[in-house]
Design a protein around this ligand. Structure first.
Ligand code: FAD
Ligand code: UDP
Length: 382
């Protein structure tokens, strides 16, 4: 019999499984996909190029513990992610920074704007676009409008179907205007790509005598939520850690939680490199938001062979094959989520963890951190 049943084998599920198994618990992991790893899963495509099947994943964190924990299961390739924006004829780094300024404006204008920005905010400061737009200085305000129109407006419309000011401010604040000459997308102290890819991390993490993994296994094939949680028809006395979507768990009884999903357009090209950067954001035109060329991320060498991926965002349709990728965070959706949370709390042996189960916009490192904290508290209580 199992002490823990974990639904989902992404970072939330896999870290918990490992931590609990090492504390002498017997753990069952149920994963509906035919593979482990959740959205961080990677594999070779038919041309032998290592791809991320569910969108580009770049690891970055400021948490030493998270970095050291994952380093038990992988070595790292140093990779500093830099993103180029294509805004019509213009090309410049995003986050929009001082280098972008000189790419977008004539030199004398750029110098003037640089001085104003530095004296208003200071060097190395990150300013969310919403905040920059509040600046009363006429020139800074014009710059803010330029960045709004050339970086945020169309990209955000494509990604969310809404204007930047209509979505959660925390979302656009992920990509602030950066008063700096640092072209990197992230400034975290630890950044890189797993040397052999992400999937081997999950294989190693889940390779433990106390862990049983069932892939292609829907949670409801063996778990049911009646007055108590039943496993294969019997009352389950252990704990369930659920990392899937909460509305789905309860049959959408209060209505579906809104999400954005993505369609991925993979293309193989007989060239060594297709573009100059790992990711190019199309911030003004094209129906897709960005193109990622995986070889830049993974460091894979291949002559005259590369695979790129275009991301097309749209509304997620519940009860279809669509994958819910991004929670749409706003007051109305959060309160719907709270109703489901109330229902989940009726089960004292049900724990929710992860980007889906918590209806949050978490990066991988945050999930690993939360999983470690959860297991710390469980293991201390034991
Ligand atoms: P998931 O990885 O989604 O895992 C949940 C698992 O549960 C899935 O495998 C799912 O199949 C399974 N599951 C769900 N319901 C059931 C069920 N009923 N029965 C059985 N199994 C079930 N983060 C970064 O740090 N850097 C990045 O560059 C980055 N890029 C991203 C790009 C995209 C396009 C997306 C969508 C996300 C990105 N992220 C990135 C975020 C990252 O994917 C998440 O933080 C991480 O995957 C969350 O892990 P998780 O375990 O919570 O969820
Ligand atoms: N964003 C934008 N233009 C860009 C990059 C980002 O408008 O060139 C906005 C957009 O709303 C996006 C958000 O900032 O959803 C967060 O961007 P991030 O790159 O962090 O998104 P993710 O990689 O998580 O999809």
């Amino acid at each position: 019999m199992f002490d823990y049943i974990i639904v989902g084998s992404g970072f939330a599920g896999a870290v918990c499984a490992r931590e609990l198994a090492e504390a002498e618990n017997r753990v069952l992991v149920l994963e509906r996909r035919p593979h482990i790893g959740g959205n961080a899963y990677d594999c070779l495509d038919e041309n032998g190029i290592l791809i991320h099947k569910y969108g580009p994943h770049i690891f970055h964190t400021n948490e030493k513990r998270v970095y050291e924990y994952l380093s038990r299961f992988t070595e790292w390739r140093d990779y500093q992610h830099c993103v180029l924006a294509k805004a019509g004829e213009l090309e410049f780094p995003v986050p929009f920074n001082l280098n972008s300024l000189y790419r977008a404006f004539p030199e004398d204008k750029a110098e003037e704007l640089e001085q104003k920005l530095v004296s208003a905010y200071g060097m190395e400061k990150k300013v969310p676009i919403g905040e920059l737009r509040q600046n009363p200085d006429k020139d800074i305000n014009e710059l803010a409008d330029f960045v709004y129109n050339n970086v945020f407006l169309h990209y955000t419309m494509k990604q969310w179907g809404q204007k930047p000011e209509e979505i959660d401010p925390g979302t656009t604040a992920r990509v602030p205007v950066f008063i700096s000459r640092d072209d990197r997308y992230f400034q975290d102290s630890y950044q890189g790509m797993p040397l052999e890819g992400y999937t081997p991390i999950f294989e190693k993490m889940l390779d433990h005598q106390n862990i049983t993994v069932r892939t292609s296994a829907e949670a409801d094939s063996c778990l049911s939520f009646e007055d108590r949680i039943l496993f294969e028809g019997e009352i389950f006395e252990g704990t369930v850690i659920y990392t899937g979507a909460l509305d789905e768990l309860f049959g959408y009884c209060y209505g579906a939680l809104p999400y954005r999903t993505l369609d991925f357009g993979f293309e193989h090209h007989d060239v060594t490199y297709y573009q100059s950067h790992g990711t190019v954001n199309y911030t003004v035109d094209e129906p897709y938001t960005r193109i990622t060329e995986y070889k830049h991320l993974t460091g894979q060498k291949a002559e005259n062979s590369t695979t790129i991926m275009k991301e097309f965002s749209r509304s997620y349709r519940p009860d279809t094959e669509d994958i819910p990728y991004y929670a749409i965070i706003n007051e109305e959706n959060n309160s719907l989520y709270q109703k489901y949370l109330g229902k989940a709390k009726e089960y004292d042996n049900l724990v929710l963890l992860g980007r889906l189960a918590e209806y949050k916009y978490y990066n991988m490192d945050k999930i690993v951190s939360l999983a470690l904290e959860l297991c710390d508290s469980i293991n201390k209580g034991n």
